[in-house]
Write a protein that binds this ligand. Sequence first.
Ligand code: PEP
Ligand code: MN
Length: 343
Amino acid sequence: MIAIVKNSATTEQLDHLVRWIEGRGFKTNVSRGENETVVGIIGDTTQIDPFLLESMDIIDQVRRVTEPFKKANRKFHPEDSVVDCGFGVLLGGGHFQVIAGPCAVEGKGLLRIARAVKRAGASMLRGGAFKPRTSPYAFQGMGAKGLDLLMEASEELRMPVVTEVMDPRDIQLFLDRGIHVMQVGARNAQNYSLLRELGQTRVPILLKRGMSQTIDELLMASEYVMSEGNPNVILCERGIRSFETRTRNTFDVNAIPVLHQLTHLPVVGDPSHATGYTRYVRPAAYAACAAGADGLEIEVHDNPSEAWSDGAQALTPDQFADSMRRIALIREAICQDLDGVDA
Ligand code: PEP
Ligand code: MN
């Protein structure tokens, strides 16, 4: 249930309302926007009489919310969330960012790729140090050493890093080094103990959609992080499993506008894992931008045929630079206000 509070309400009146609700055993989520303040009421709200609430002077309207995701719900929080990723890089609410870098950190070569993606306009660096590989015999990532290499590149280039955390026991390694954004990969999208632990931090979480996860399940996964107190969640559409075998996954571009309708959280598209082949990455990236993504995550390698993982879907730095120019043009077209046309 949400209560929309009148603009004229004072802070004392709002505090009084929150205490009144919480005194009845409910949790609240107060979202102060520019135009309205919304109080989300969390718990078994069948116990609350909406007419009683509506009769209060400061309440404008009371509405029932049927979706089980509360903190991520746009009804509770009408304005887009903006996540501060470090080094002044904001993501969401009109702040568009491109995260680029190799699938895995492979050694000192990271710095070369990082410099190239930065030169082309990427604002965040990616690279896996802990790799969730289908085979236990494949390269598993450089571990803590990989995190150190990411932070060295980050310091030199003054850009935040995004890297995957797979195990709650490793979180401290990420915190000790000041990793800017922790990624939860598709394979861990419903690892609820990991999500809860990440919710105990305040580090931004890039939450990838599981390969057979519905949009609602993705939102419930974000709820695990947010309900522990970490509001800094970025969602990522990275393709889902379908009957199609010509591409690694099927890019659910629909999910981008659907998520924007349902949630205030920023949504990023990953055309690399969504397609699995270099030749399809750029068209999928353009589609994600045109569909309103708040950012992209793209794998880039300066020698894809020698990459230790996901070389088949890597863009070279030149291909990436070319795509960045086209992405800027697409965004210019999409973000333009055309008179007299409803959004
Ligand atoms: C990755 O980003 O390298 C990765 C493993 O992605 P996903 O979890 O989407 O497969
Ligand atoms: Mn990868």
